[in-house]
Design a binder for this molecule. Structure first.
Ligand code: PGA
Length: 218
């Protein structure tokens, strides 16, 4: 099964999310070879959960590195209970860049996910694969999905050549071992197949925002 993950980042509100979901449902899109996953902002989790076709899974874009407790503003794994969250995107480059997340923060988030039986999707770019893997507990590495997302490819329309992605996957395997590998960075309907041919899935930002683009990709 290939993972096709929509990362809405901090886009959409109740109304625009509902419009997206309504059109998505009406499209009756079904691809038996893919597992479709939506990662909305936290505030839209309920509306997405209540309007998703049954076969589509729910993810979040972040999780607290701490358990439930006195951490104002954080969303812990306990807060996610009952929502049937299957995946958490952890350590996205935007979290690292704008929120100053460290390798250790990300390792702690991975630990929170695994304790809660949620699969972490750890984002890396090729500069720090080994240091990020080194921070994560050895026994957690094989439980991660690893997303290769080169900074220059994100949101730029400049997707990485497949050959380069394959090279980086070899590096990732060296440090993470046998895990599911996915690619993210300007994936759209015109190039998605190239990546699905060489890996386990794609993480999609821009092309997941317009429901028609996303349906075309599936
Ligand atoms: P993009 O975003 O598809 O807009 O490049 C991907 C991501 O940041 O996960």
């Amino acid at each position: 099964m290939k993972l096709i993950i929509a990362n809405w980042k901090s886009h959409k509100n109740q109304q625009t999310a509902l419009e997206w979901l309504t059109t998505f449902k009406q499209s009756k899109i079904h691809n038996p070879e893919s597992s479709i996953i939506i990662a909305p902002p936290m505030s839209l989790l309920s509306i997405v959960k209540n309007n998703l076709p049954e076969e589509v899974s729910l993810a979040v874009q972040d999780i607290s590195p701490f358990p439930a407790g006195k951490y104002t503003g954080a969303v812990s794994s306990q807060n996610l209970e009952g929502l049937d969250i299957k995946y958490v995107i952890v350590g996205h480059s935007e979290r690292r860049r704008y929120f100053h997340e460290t390798h250790n923060d990300i390792a702690n988030k991975v630990a929170q996910c695994i304790e809660a039986n949620i699969t972490p999707i750890v984002c890396v770019d090729d500069e720090y694969i080994s240091s990020q893997a080194a921070a994560i507990k050895q026994e957690h590495l094989s439980k991660c999905v690893v997303a290769y997302e080169e900074l220059s490819a994100i949101g730029s329309g400049k997707n990485m050549p497949v050959e380069k992605v394959q090279e980086v996957f070899e590096q990732i395997k060296k440090y993470f071992g046998e895990t599911k590998l996915i690619y993210g960075g300007s994936v759209d309907a015109s190039n998605v197949q190239d990546y699905l041919d060489i890996c386990d899935g794609v993480l999609v930002g821009t092309a997941s925002l317009d429901v028609n683009d996303f349906v075309a990709m599936i």
